[in-house]
Ligand binder design. Structure first.
Ligand SMILES: Cc1cc2nc3c(=O)[nH]c(=O)nc-3n(C[C@H](O)[C@H](O)[C@H](O)COP(=O)(O)O)c2cc1C
Length: 216
């Protein structure tokens, strides 16, 4: 135990894999995003589409959790979950949110800031339809973020819905669906030697994206 406490203060990784210049990035941040996401996918990184979603509670306490990015188009990013969950309650009261990706093998981080809306029912239906049957059942069975008495309670709920949908015709629960996040700010971070990392930002103002380099 002492070893971990000592090592955590001493660990110093130098980042050497790449660089990022304001001269080379795409004019549109969504294109730069797609390029980096594509490189994370082609490098076969584990959980390359997992992102941290940050929300703020009605009493202004921030909270973060990982969700999967499921679709993206221009500056819009879709993710899915339960509409009664903690994140749902936060987003209903305060649609401002942030997303971040970290791909250690590429020494890269992307950060996005923006706001979120519920996505169209048709989009949620189409995504739900494409999920495996067991995941569909899970969406029905889990009252996400609610307190459970024990594990058995959850598993019993699963069996209730397995019975309900035993003919295999399962549709999207009314309390489950997607959100679409629209980005207004991006930061692309590429690790460099001696902590002199590259950070390139895009800010949407007066109808256009302004690109800046910021200090590491
Ligand atoms: C790799 C990974 C992917 C996840 N993907 C999702 C997801 O797409 N949607 C979701 O609701 N929760 C997902 N989760 C679970 C969330 O992190 C979280 O536990 C859940 O959404 C409840 O969060 P909340 O109580 O803040 O609403 C994922 C967790 C991990 C570790």
């Amino acid at each position: 135990m002492d070893d971990i406490k000592k090592r955590i203060t001493q660990l110093r990784e130098d980042f050497m894999q790449g660089s990022l210049s304001e001269k080379e990035v795409s004019d549109a941040p969504s294109q730069q995003f797609e390029l980096w996401l594509n490189q994370a996918m082609t490098a076969d990184l584990p959980e390359w589409q997992a992102m941290t979603l940050g929300t703020v509670s009605p009493d202004l306490r921030p909270s973060a959790r990982i969700v999967y990015l499921r679709q993206f188009q221009n500056d819009q990013y879709w993710f899915y979950g339960n509409y009664n969950s903690r994140k749902a309650r936060h987003l209903k009261q305060n649609p401002n949110a942030c997303l971040s990706f970290f791909w250690p093998q590429l020494e890269r981080q992307i950060r996005l800031e923006g706001s979120v809306e519920l996505c169209h029912d048709d989009t949620s239906d189409a995504y739900f339809d494409g999920r495996p049957f067991e995941s569909k059942l899970g969406a029905w069975a889990s009252d996400q973020s609610a307190v459970l008495k024990n594990r058995e309670e959850l598993e019993a709920q699963l069996e209730v819905y397995r019975k309900k949908f035993e003919d295999g015709n399962i549709y999207r629960p009314p309390y489950w669906g997607g959100w679409v996040f629209t980005a207004k700010y991006y930061e692309f971070w590429q690790g460099r030697k001696s902590r002199l990392h590259d950070r390139i930002t895009y800010e949407f103002k007066n109808g256009e994206w302004t690109i800046n380099r910021i200090a590491p």
